[in-house]
Design a protein around this ligand. Structure first.
Ligand code: SF4
Length: 102
């Protein structure tokens, strides 16, 4: 039996053009997202990969737009805008708290 296909409502991109100037263009996707199975990556390898990915983001001219896009879309995978998924979640929560306090 086939599983039903569910479609998530897509949030519009903050700026669809920023990808053209991305420093990660041409880089291996695995650098930012890791191997398909998380268990295939040892903690030390992950740490090194994340460090290299963040290094690419550090010199990216569209880093802010990328981070805003990830935060707006609720992305929880991969390194985006120089932030890990955990850092993205933390920043999203920080903004929510800020909005609630206002
Ligand atoms: S900030 Fe990082 S992930 Fe985002 S476009 Fe630039 S290099 Fe790619």
């Amino acid at each position: 039996m086939r599983r039903p296909v569910t479609r998530r409502k897509r949030t519009p991109l903050v700026d669809v053009d920023f990808h053209d100037a991305a420093a990660c263009r041409g880089e291996e996707l695995g650098l930012f997202f890791g191997p398909p199975e998380a268990d295939d990556e040892a903690p030390a390898e992950r740490e090194l990969r994340v460090m290299f990915a963040k290094d690419v983001c550090e010199r990216c001219p569209v880093r802010s737009a990328c981070a805003e896009d990830a935060l707006t879309r609720g992305d929880t995978h991969g390194i985006r805008g120089g932030l890990t998924p955990t850092e993205l979640v933390r920043e999203r929560r920080r903004r929510q708290r800020q909005r609630s306090a206002a």
